[in-house]
Design a protein around this ligand. Sequence first.
Ligand code: SF4
Ligand code: SF4
Length: 132
Amino acid sequence: MAWNLDIKGLIHPFSALAQGFKQPHTLSYPVEQRAEVTGYRGFHVNTISDCVGCGNCQDICMNEAIDMVEPLSPEAMNPKNASGLVPRIDYGRCCWCGLCVDVCGPDSLRLEGDCVYVSPDADSFLYMPKDK
Ligand code: SF4
Ligand code: SF4
């Protein structure tokens, strides 16, 4: 009787064991945080003192993800903001295309690196951009 030894098959379980000593490819969030990537399109930020309330960002948004609302801190608002309103983003609709940022004349609206948000409350995905 001829022996047909399957060397690869014999070693295979040990190579799987070796994986247990390797560094994981995932992060233990929130203990470990992801390093920021320059140019990443994360959450919106809006410098309220620069925003003029023109609504260009709302008009350009093809997903209708922006509505104009009263700011959380009206005292910080730009005195030239004629409408008295600032954009709020619906992250159930936004696709992070960045068009709203492109059309913002005073460059008050931007996308920042932060992108992790978890909530069981669907209404909390109506997001007021941080004032930065
Ligand atoms: S990034 Fe695009 S989809 Fe999201 S709010 Fe701006 S224009 Fe709308
Ligand atoms: S964020 Fe920019 S485009 Fe939107 S209302 Fe303010 S100034 Fe206008």
